[in-house]
Design a protein around this ligand. Structure first.
Ligand SMILES: *Cc1c(COP(=O)(O)O)cnc(C)c1O
Length: 482
């Protein structure tokens, strides 16, 4: 399958090149040239997750076919306890738990496979250099990337997390990281500072020269890379088939997905599943108070000229949702238009466009509504959800009140509650003495066992991190990575 840039349709590359480059040279994002609907989709009912994954990805990454099966088996092994995904069905609604990987967020699903796909790509393209994976994280990407690339030949992985912005558990997960090729940096600033400095490095010729001396190529692990996006399509197809299998929906019925959204990656994967033939009635775009997407879907105006608000769902504290560009391109097929809109966004901070589809519904949750939604779900189902998932559930309730839509809806659960114990206990007015105490109290409240990954964080007293002041990222990186 060929990939084309959203800003220049004639810029065509094979999948290996698309994966290695991450972002197109014209600044656009790579998208598959075409989406062929899956033949007789219901014939896949009952197929194990890994098999379905191999089937779907072999269509997208046909030039990597020779190693794909093994890559998938290696990515999705016993690291995922009780399966890659779990569907918790409560009858009137179900929750798709995507957080049973090593770092306890849905980012593990794509970031377990990305390193394998990169390895296949560099063999295919006969690349001699090694790779530096450079990533700024608002919390979950960092740990998932560190774990995905840990101890892998030919890769070094460097993660910058903001001093100001990640949860205690998220931070702890990163500073206790093991591996002979992992580097964890604490940037004395917020996520925007970290993000913009990393972005600058990707177009810094001096930095590239220095990396060349070290025989390193630069790439990123964020959802701009198509190899991070396409593995996520699989769980939407799988969930539809599971819902059919368990009789929650019947043949011919549609399904809704409600997705807590930041960079528009996860929900774009749902849209791609729709293009593959999953009968979706509505894709519900759930935002927190950084509600640029709500505003966009309601008014056709994307406006990032505002201050970032720190919320209890930090992985969605984002004002520029990069993957929206891929949706605009898909709906318009107009690379010139997309290029101009992205230029307007960069220069003025906003643009207007009518995407002419009613597949999407968008709304947002305020802070106190998130807490209410955590309590509501607990009272109704005796089930604890994290603040990101609670944003989705709350928005779904608004949607239901407004539309009375009877379509079965799946709430996409993106993080384990154990990543945000304090935030959750606050919703119940339960006071705690310290972090371990809050983890224990969450276990009692939810009646669930504490994941070993979390317990280990408290046993591990050796931590490592490199502290960096704003503006010093390049210097520190080059001094550290020889
Ligand atoms: C990254 C993340 C999101 C947002 O996902 P996008 O693909 O950026 O829209 C939501 N919830 C959690 C827990 C995350 O880590």
């Amino acid at each position: 399958m060929d990939y084309i840039s959203t800003r220049d349709k004639n810029n065509t590359v094979n999948s290996a090149k698309a994966i290695i480059q991450g972002i197109a040279k014209d600044g656009g994002l790579f998208v598959p040239k075409e989406f062929k609907p899956l033949d007789n989709i219901v014939s896949f009912i009952g197929m194990p997750y890994n098999e379905l994954c191999k089937h779907i990805l072999s269509c997208f990454f046909d030039d990597l076919k020779y190693g794909l099966d093994e890559a998938v088996s290696r990515a999705y092994d016993e690291k995922f306890i009780d399966g890659v995904v779990r569907l918790k069905d409560f009858g009137d609604v179900s929750f798709l738990e995507l957080y049973h990987g090593v770092s306890l967020s849905f980012k593990d699903i794509a970031l377990s496979l990305l390193p394998q796909l990169l390895q296949l790509s560099i063999v295919k393209e006969n690349i001699k250099e090694n790779f530096l994976i450079l990533t700024a994280t608002s919390g979950d990407t960092g740990k998932a990337a560190l774990e995905g690339f840990k101890n892998l030949d030919r890769f070094k992985v460097a993660v910058f997390f903001p001093n100001d912005g990640v949860s205690f558990i998220q931070e702890r997960q990163m500073i206790t990281q093991e591996g002979n090729n992992t580097y964890v940096f604490r940037l004395l600033g917020n996520f925007d500072d970290a993000q913009s400095e990393v972005k600058d490095l990707f177009s810094d010729t001096e930095f590239f020269k220095e990396l060349e001396k070290r025989e390193l190529k630069l790439t990123s692990a964020n959802s701009i890379n198509i190899a991070r996006l396409l593995p996520q399509v699989v769980y939407y197809v799988y969930t539809y088939l599971e819902a059919l299998k368990m009789g929650r929906i019947s043949l011919g019925d549609c399904i809704n997905f409600c997705v807590p959204t930041g960079n528009f990656g996860n929900i774009l994967a749902a849209y791609y599943a729709y293009k593959l033939g999953v009968p979706i009635n509505k894709l519900i775009v759930a935002s927190n108070e950084n509600n640029v997407l709500t505003y966009f879907f309601k008014t056709k105006n994307y406006n990032s000229n505002r201050n970032l608000i720190k919320t209890s769902s930090p992985s969605m504290d984002i004002l520029v949702s990069s993957n929206l560009e891929r949706l605009l391109f898909d709906l318009t097929k107009d690379d010139e238009l997309v290029k101009n809109k992205m230029k307007e966004l960069k220069e003025q901070g906003y643009y207007n466009i009518d995407i002419g589809t009613d597949l999407f519904y968008a709304d947002y949750m305020k802070q106190e509504e998130v807490e209410r939604s955590i309590r509501f779900v607990f009272d109704k189902y005796n089930y604890i959800i994290d603040p990101h998932t609670a944003v989705a559930y709350g928005v779904y309730q608004k949607y239901l009140t407004e539309t009375k839509d009877p379509t079965h809806t799946v709430i996409v659960s993106t993080a384990s509650p154990y990543k945000f114990p304090k935030e959750i206990l606050k919703a119940f007015n339960i006071s705690t003495t310290d972090e371990l105490d809050s983890v224990n109290k969450l276990s009692i409240l939810s009646g669930t066992e504490i994941p070993t990954q979390i317990l280990n964080l408290f046993k591990q007293d050796k931590t490592r991190e490199i502290v960096v002041e704003k503006g010093k990222m390049k210097e520190k990186l080059l001094n550290t990575i020889k």
